[in-house]
Design a protein around this ligand. Sequence first.
Ligand code: ZXU
Ligand code: CA
Length: 469
Amino acid sequence: LYTDPHCNGKQVIVHLFEWKWTDIALECERFLAKKGYCGVQVSPVNEHVMVTKDYPRPWWERYQPVSYKLTSRSGNEAEFIDMVQRCKKVGVRVFVDAVVNHMAGLGRTGTGTAGSTFNSDNYDFPGVPFSRQHFNTRARCPSHDGNVNNYGDPNNVRNCNLVGLTDLDHSQEYVQDMIAAFFNHLIDIGVAGFRIDAAKHMWPKEITAIQNKLKDLPEGGRPFFYHEVIDQNDGAITTTEYTALGYVTEFRYCQKIAWGIRNFGDLNNVVDYGWHMTPSANAFVFVDNHDNQRGHGGGGNLLTHKTPRDYKMAVAFTLAYDYGFTRVMSSYEFGDDSSLGPPHSADFTTKDVPINSDGSCGNGWVCEHRWRAIANMAAFRNAVAGTDKRKWHNENEQVSFARGNKGFFAMAKSGHMDATLDTGLPAGEYCDLISDCAQKITVDGSGRAHIVINNNDDPIVAFIAVPYN
Ligand SMILES: O=C(/C=C/c1ccc(O)c(O)c1)N[C@@H](Cc1ccc(O)cc1)C(=O)NCCCOc1c(-c2ccc(O)c(O)c2)oc2cc(O)cc(O)c2c1=O
Ligand SMILES: [Ca+2]
């Protein structure tokens, strides 16, 4: 039901993590639309705390709501509306990162980014308004100190404070109404769907109750939902509890693909069923995300932009493969400071995203979504949507496969490949997408092609059945 992203069959969204609304609008118009990206996941749009005392303005302050007013570190409501409209106008949809499991963390008080006062210890958030009665109590939370401390007990995981964050009681109609009003306001603006942050800490039936209060999108259809459920076979909560509510994040894939690229054997097993991975029709898939790229939730053995060559291969393979709906991460440099906020000026205003002449980004923005081996694979994934894997080869640290008779993908870890392969594609001359058609591939009458890779930076060849005549 909640699995249509409303972007005309396009298959990849980009997480422009911590970007300002003004920069996202420009990126939709100058890049995302023409590369065939379906949409953009934006950072939380609602009012949040401004952390100064224990750390100067960490990225995770945006995950401590103060109200559902639309002024945040990325800009104000007018800028947000302008961005959503401009992106939608060029066919790029906007998906909002919705932090609705909790409000700000205990011990915090003051004013939020929209100027609302709050006091977490009193559970007082007049900007919504929420007060003590709207939050879970010790009666509902089976833990000695009120915090989540037992992932084996669903009541503990859902009804207690996650790392001291004031936990809302979504069993109450009033709480559901406040969140639904927030979502409906965003639907009116033109937002196409929502990432439910910390969904694992919310009861599926209470998320459903909120979804049932939402309008259809203005163009018709239900909003797109994907739920953040960190399930690594390590607790009582499983992704399957949420598949009736939309897509569900598949964190096990992050480990699998990292192993697959490092070992380059058995790549067909990145979705091996031994790990109970979420069925493809409901799997929301990515190589890394804003949290685990910093070493949380999944350990340090994941692939990130910090090892560009392996990372490019991981993302390109993920976009070529036939598993799930995919998201590409777009980061900023943070060195080894896992709390570091976005690139900023002295007063902590987030810096603009300048585009260099070679298409890369400046000011500390990594822009992985602009790397050719990643950006050009969005068009591949769009073209082969709905097809199966065929002609599979995976040996000598090489992998190649067709997607139906719509596309062909080859990758060589060494940077070198020279093979005549059966592609199953119609005869014709094709553009290699990765080299922006600097290289062309001829498929003969029997569907065979001579595949050559001699490129250490982008050791990939990918083409789709739109023959370049
Ligand atoms: O590292 C962080 C923030 C991480 C984070 C933020 C947003 C996410 O969507 C996310 O997945 C993780 N936060 C830092 C700093 C911090 C922030 C708030 C706080 O009360 C205490 C500390 C940190 O060290 N957090 C403890 C480890 C990460 O524990 C967090 C998890 C989390 C991690 C692993 C799990 O299996 C899980 O079910 C939940 O989800 C959050 C969701 C939020 O909405 C806000 C949070 O603060 C957090 C969050 O702290
Ligand atoms: Ca909860």
